[in-house]
Write a protein of this length. Sequence first.
Length: 261
Amino acid sequence: MCASGLTDPGWPAPDWSRPWNGPFAHDGAAVRAACEQGVPLPQALTQRFGTAAPRFVPQADLPEGVAYEQFIFDTVSVPTREGLHDFFNGLVWKRFPATKRQLNRLQAIQISMAGVGRVRGPVRDAITLFDENAVLLQAPDAIWDALTAREWPRLFVDLRPLWAQVRLVLFGHALCEKLVQPYKSITGHVYRSPVPLALGDDLAAWDAWLAARLTAGELESKPFTPLPVLGVPGWWPANQDPAFYDDVTVFRPHRSSSPTT
């Protein structure tokens, strides 16, 4: 029990003032507050989201030998452990319910085709990567060109004024978890299909657009490009210094542009 009379859930409280937490801040703060009142995380998520997301249940409800993804598909219930990882998973379910359902449906199809083996296979691997680490980006063409070419000084220094027109939202819940304790090398995987500018900042529209795009074939093609997220202008004070981007262990050039990578 904390000195204030609140319960310590046993996992750190995210800093909701961080720019990357913006899309989740309102719901996240409410769920965290419920946990501090002693409400178990699965119950706190279900109470907060109601029918806007699946039911969240304790991890113990997952029967032995049943695949996590198959259980979600069959029961519309998400086994949830106490901790930041599943906390952020719940928040992403609320923000992107159609996309999360589509990813789960694709996982269930793959399981029905190949079963659950020691090796997931390329489609399931890609689905997992998207679910855990994806970043969604809406940006001018010049930003996209520099990003996919991994021209980091151009992207973050020369084009810095253009970042005022960029909208970047984290989808991967493992990525959100890592950023609770930020370090320079944290890298997300940007989905290489630009979010249409016509969608503006309507994340419900982003969700519908994304869910319609994601297929097994699309994901198997590995449609990702890396982004060290603390390089994003305005996301980390140290990146105001252009020398921040000189660290080639983090801001790695494209393999085809350097024989040493």
